[in-house]
Ligand binder design. Sequence first.
Ligand code: FES
Length: 974
Amino acid sequence: MIKPRKMWLNINGADRMLICDPEKDSLAQVLRRIGLTSVKIGCDTGVCGSCSVILNGKVIRSCNRKITRVKEYSRVITLEGIGTPENLHPLQVAWMNRGAVQCGFCAPGFIVSAYALLLENDNPTRQEVRDWFQKHKNVCRCTGYKQLVDAVMDAARVVRGEASMEDITYTPPKNNECYGKPLVRPAALAKVTGLADYGEDMALKMPPETLHVAVVQPRVAHHAKILKIDTKEALQMPGVVKVITHEDIKAKGGTNQMAEANLHERSTVTLPSRKILSDEKIFRYGDVVALAIAHTPAQARAAAAKVTVDIEPLPEYLNFLDAVMPDAIRVHDDTPNLYCCQPVLKGAALEDAEKIPEILDNSACSVEGSFHSSREPHLSIEGCTVQAYFDEDDYLTFQCKSQGLYTSISRIGSSLGVARDKLRIVDNFNGASFGWSTNAGDLCLAGAAAVAVKSPVALSLSYEEHQHFSGKRCPSYSNGRVACDEKGKITAAEFDFGLDHGAYSWGGDHVMEKPVRFAFFPYNVPHVAGLCRVANTNHTFGTAYRSYGSPQAYTLSEALMDMLAEKMGIDPFEFRWINIARPGDTNINSHGFKEYPMEAMMEKMRPHYDRAVTDAKAADTPEKRRGVGLAWGGFNVTEGGTDQCTVTLELDDKDRIVKYDTWQDLGQGGDVGSLMVTLEALKPMGVTPDRIRLCQNDTKICPDSGMSAASRSHYMNGLATRMAAEKLMEAMQKPDGTYRTYMEMKAENIETRFEATYTCMADPTITRLDPNTGIGDPTPAFTYVLNMAEVEVDAATGKTTVLRFVCVYDVGKIGNIAAVSGQAYGGISHSIGFALSEDYSDVKKHTNIASSGVPYIKDIPDDILLIPCETPRKSGPFGSSGASEAFQSSGHVAVINAIYNACGVRIFDLPARHEKVKAGLDSLAAGNTIAPPRKYFLGSDLYEELETIKANPVKFRGHDMFNSLGDEDGARFF
Ligand code: FES
């Protein structure tokens, strides 16, 4: 029995009486319990700073400050005490207007921290601001930090009386020319005032009858047979309502299998691979075998800890190389571990792949290398939190974080025994995702509990549980070779990729197509023989992550480009200049690029590169080595031929336009993106931002606008919105050219609500990759980036610091410059983390954001220059395409190339942790060279495999495969 303690604290200026659990309560829990939910709990281990408050004048992290360590009558300041919507503090205004709010989960902690800084020093330098956030461990995973420092500097000017609030507030143009401008996100106000309710906040505010769910995640093996699951003791625990296993899901009519599609012609998968609750086997460390449901979260956790699982260990394959060895047993009985592959052949290889090694051998110069990219964790600060309940119409409703609301319905499928048309998904405000929330695994857990007890439930995983439960970027192993003629023109390339898709198959046949599209993008390579293979292993499953599948490609190709340039004695910039594709050239899939901004982009980069090289030479010392690295990158836009998006526009009785869509906002700006395209589409009517109301992200009332992924949202939603706007404006327009009011529409009995769907099926230029040749043009648009990193390597420790970063990019016409820049800064920061520190390979060590290598502010340079190059896209809405993915495609290789340029150590195996660089430096000092890893064995020899594929062609189903579900071709759609 707990013995509560009464205490008084002065909170935000008022004395408050509190009743605490002295054994368990942290200050954060106490503050949240009295409604101060601006205090976020992210990591819950004191490493992310989301829970920052000011205690007796000092910034502290309240999640790991036990209430017993807080003196009675202490003074506490939370965000609620700093400013309100009607009385904003300059920091809050600056945060909104400087693009410092993306997902916003970190915003309360940062603003509180910055408030304390300005109390101490109202005239800080940028460096002092950075030092402060570093010292107080404030982490932002979305923004890349630069905008946060900008915001503090703006707010400080107001605090000092040198600027007014108006001076730091962006005002949209009066002339209705909003497109491209940094309009503030509609959700920003709620986020900077702590009023946005994220997952855990929603859980606190559920009805009192809500039950709480805890997972049984045994974490005893990566691969094992389950012999017995014993729930008896758990059921006797206080407050327990039920403990469920896979049998309970099946008893309610559910299949316990998440729906899955493996549509590639070469996929050998015949059964869905993922269960909601494990039944016969554990496939990975993070699998869940049971759920404990109780009246309180603590009771549920205590009961979950009492469930025992007996297992028989099986061989564990924790990487691609082990899983594809001939003696490896199958991870899934229905398919070989290596379950799909996609070749790409171009030029002479189309006739005979064996001609490529001949061309390579006979070229003036060639280089080869083998590379490994790591299992990159997303490290959003907020993990998995879901509430599930049957609503007033008996819809099983999920309040959650999902990047694809309708896709989540498809993934849940019949797994829970609830009809698909009775599933409803609603996005909470959420603390970012970057791809992991495309899977719906956490929704299935909460849904299974809600079905079992027919009561509202709340499920919140600890950060460690979330880390093991969620998917990660597929690690890759690759071998490659590229050659050029005596003038430095590339003659041919060969490559072979192996992607580790972990325990589950869904999506593997899709991500596998990216390396065979983006290796050597956007160069002109006349002859290519390549292959990408994907395999199941016993590590966590591969999933979407910004720039899905392309960083693995650039890890190989942009390193090889630098290596070949060096061998030829040509400057890496000039070597790229020689080889970029120009009008008439084709990509490795034998199709033209959609546009050719490459020369223009390199011209924009050239002066910065020249300056950087000069700076690096001048500053280089034996102790601090300086270097410059380049990397081209880019990505596709949309999910391809079957992608479609539906939106609805309605004139309401206040003469506002209501926009209904499911543009999921994970922090990238689904709200402001939707606003921008709607404003632009309705520009002929002179609609201003205040006349648009967004109604988003609830499947019961919003149409299916598709996923927030694949840089598709702006492109697809923009085109669909334009179609809906044309219909609405046509209906509203009077013969004299003016527009009817709502009352006039009703008086004339004219429809006021219009839905429109844009589908890529309508685009005849799109063709899937041929599974036999890799010829194809699967998506309607590309985005392009050219990255340059300037680094310093400490010769004594091997530690790399990125000093400056320049990114020239072309995403077409920019819709909202603040949102696009936000994706750029954020993508660059993830790229730097991917290059230097991030990893989820060791499940015992990589349990939180800090131990998994999340970059803190000092790991990301303050000096990041973004240079747009706006080539209008013919097919896209208003000249735009999409943004986001490209910004995380290749920046990591710019860093890796810069390390080599600085100190001669080439990193073939990500991440470039300081001990790895130091070992390379020591090796060089001892007079050794640094050899690449031995060529990886990826299941078979590349050319033997290409020969086998040629000898056994599969029927290319093109886009028709989606229409043939139900016949033999549809057998892979579960
Ligand atoms: Fe900082 Fe998302 S905006 S973590």
